[in-house]
Design a protein around this ligand. Structure first.
Ligand code: C5P
Length: 313
């Protein structure tokens, strides 16, 4: 195999319940996450060492990029699997080119998805050196949002993100093909900042109600899963919204307007700053886009997409 091209989808958290802070500083969460037909594309070809180029000049292409961090993790894991500790094993080295479409600091999982695309690309180029368990371990090492991207379909995520379970096929079928409008203001939100704000709120005087207790989160999720035909609209939830909304007032202001004017089910995705609205077949996308641009200006990103994936069922 000489060149591989991997689609790295963005994701939406349709349901995101942060249930509490752990002793390791991370947070436990229960989330339903679905991939989109909108994403980045990563090309990889065998080379002497690892390198990365990108069509977006704002994307750092040094070793801070998750693609190259994934490559380093892969090389170590593949070396271990082959019984060597040679991290620069040539058979796993590659030159990457990233077509970047998913903005950074959006809560759309762009960097995490790129990292998993790099793991997949290197595994293909090396003739499947890593099995599913080793790939999952490598993904978990790279970031909390990485393991879910190994699934090629909608999932329930637990723990800090490493416990991933595919949604049952009939439930996934309720989501597949759903139209969504993504919109992101010019500013991004840093994930560590968002979790730190959440933890600060939980430690403050208004501590009650910041985290959703795990029993309640599981009950909400089970009720939605168990209700035949329940639409995506009734699943939407994100308790990372309050700390983000308290600082970035442009987010709740616009979401309220979209609910009031167009009756839309709309939320922030993950730790933000991207938001999304579920669209019915007759949704006035032009008027909704105009409202977003009127509120956030022309620098806002607005993308029409669908919940979509390659897993059968
Ligand atoms: O795992 P990742 O590198 O994406 O996490 C970035 C930061 O977000 C962590 O350092 C932590 O502060 C926060 N985080 C968290 N709980 C999670 C995921 C992320 O507190 N489940």
């Amino acid at each position: 195999m000489s060149v591989v091209t991997i689609f790295a989808p963005a994701k939406l958290n349709l349901f995101l319940a942060v249930t509490g802070r752990r002793t390791d500083g991370f947070h436990d969460l229960i989330s339903v996450v679905a991939p989109l037909d909108f994403g980045d594309t990563l090309r990889a070809e065998p080379a002497e060492g690892f390198s990365l180029a990108c069509d977006d000049p704002d994307v750092p292409c040094d070793e801070t990029n998750l693609v190259l961090r994934a490559a380093a993790v892969f090389a170590l894991a593949a070396g271990a699997a082959a019984g060597t500790t040679n991290a620069s094993d040539r058979s796993t080295a590659a030159k990457f080119f990233l077509e970047k479409r998913v903005p950074m600091g959006a809560g759309l999982g762009g960097g995490s998805s790129d990292a998993v695309a790099a793991l997949r690309a290197l595994n293909l180029l090396s003739g499947d050196r890593l099995g599913p368990a080793a790939l999952a371990a490598a993904a978990a090492q790279l970031g909390s949002d990485c393991p879910l991207f190994l699934q090629d379909g909608p999932v329930v995520v637990r723990g800090r993100g490493e416990r991933v379970e595919p949604l049952p096929a009939p439930v996934a079928g309720r989501l597949r093909g759903r139209r969504v409008l993504l919109f992101k203001p010019a500013f991004g939100i840093s994930t560590p900042w968002a979790y730190a704000r959440l933890a600060a709120l939980a430690g403050g005087s208004a501590a009650g109600g910041v985290y959703l207790p795990p029993v309640e989160a599981e009950a909400r999720l089970a009720a939605w899963l168990g209700e035949a035909g329940a639409p995506a609209e009734t699943l939407l939830f994100n308790n990372m919204e309050p700390p983000a909304f308290a600082k970035f007032l442009a987010l709740p202001t616009l979401l309220e307007e979209l609910r009031a004017r167009f009756g839309l089910a709309a939320r922030m995705s993950g730790s933000g700053s991207a938001c999304f609205a579920l669209l019915g077949d007759d949704a006035p996308v032009g008027a909704i886009t105009d409202a977003i641009r009127a509120a956030w200006g022309d620098s806002a990103l607005v993308v029409a997409a669908r919940l979509e994936w390659s897993r059968p069922g």
